[in-house]
Design a protein around this ligand. Structure first.
Ligand code: COA
Length: 167
């Protein structure tokens, strides 16, 4: 029998990725396709979920992704991802994306943010338990509190839709 899992802090699994965008990622307007940014965010969140849970994890849900500014060819795209909350088998990962033109040292621009729900899975694809999350800072505590509010809304929305379908 296995004992309770050790708790982990957000800093244990937090990551930052950077890449330079290219022409192959553009939409018809010549800017970077929103799907490319979404993929980047999903991949970064997946790494965090894998690190925190110590094994495979899949994307279960994504809250709306706000695209705040266009991303252009040649921009340096920085993706910051960290775990905000951990439940029994699910985790909320927050992702923030910033850009900076490759040929300019102008301040970074916040271009997109999203919250992902990942679920840790075992070899059979079933949900498996994840370590608890231990806040280290007041900011971590704020993120945990806000993630709990988002989770309550997600579950309530799902329950209401399912009840509507049954009736
Ligand atoms: C994610 C998946 C494993 C969940 O399986 P499930 O049988 O619904 O599992 P459970 O009902 O036991 O739920 C597991 C956890 O996920 C959470 N969860 C599942 N769907 C959710 C959703 N849409 N929104 C928020 N949380 C969700 C549950 O609340 C639960 O959290 P907890 O264990 O922390 O309390 C399953 O739906 C799946 O494999 N989906 C496909 C994932 C995938 O392939 N993603 C890649 C994109 S192509």
């Amino acid at each position: 029998m296995t004992g309770p899992l050790e708790t982990r802090t957000p800093s244990f699994s937090r990551i930052e990725l950077a890449e330079v965008t290219s022409r192959s990622q553009t939409n018809l307007l010549g800017n970077i396709h929103g799907g490319e940014i979404l993929k980047l965010a999903d991949s970064a969140a997946g790494v965090v979920a894998q690190r925190h849970s110590g094994g495979p994890a899949v994307t279960a849900a994504l809250d709306e992704m706000a695209f705040l500014e266009p991303v252009r060819v040649g921009d340096i795209v920085r993706t910051f991802a960290q775990i905000n909350w951990a439940g029994r088998s699910s985790m909320e990962i927050g992702v923030r994306i910033e850009t900076q033109p490759w040929d300019d040292t102008a301040e970074s621009l916040h271009v997109a943010s999203a919250y992902f729900v990942f679920v840790a899975i075992d070899g059979a694809g079933d949900a498996r338990p994840v370590p608890g999350l231990r806040a280290e800072t007041a900011e971590d505590e704020r993120r945990m509190r806000e993630a709990e509010i988002r989770r309550a809304h997600r579950l309530a929305k799902r329950a209401e839709i399912e009840a509507g379908r049954r009736s």
